[in-house]
Ligand binder design. Sequence first.
Ligand SMILES: [Cu+2]
Length: 125
Amino acid sequence: MVTHRLVMAAATLAAAIALEPRGVLAHAFLEHASPAVGSSVPAAPAVVTIWFTQQLEPAFTTATVTDKSGTDVDSGPAEVDAKDPTELRVPLKPLPAGTYTVTWHALSVDTHTTQGHFTFEVAGR
Ligand SMILES: [Cu+2]
């Protein structure tokens, strides 16, 4: 039953997007990130920052960072910048070399939800 509801929700969402093609452009999608999507960085960052294409609703926008085994490596909740509501920051624990996955769920001010994920690598010495 739960699966059925999820399928129906996905179908409804797809239909809504199909009916409102211009609305798609207004959704909050990842514009760029630091570390950059798919990049390899020499030193472990203290924070992951994601800039979106639209302003975010802080209460309903989240992001987590996990290592290869799926363990959370963020050191606290993601926070939308008070001065720039398109910017989301996730603080990190000290990261050893490895590949990390950032998973985000956003609610933009136009009430549309979007989600996605990307990886970055902290290079070993
Ligand atoms: Cu939208």
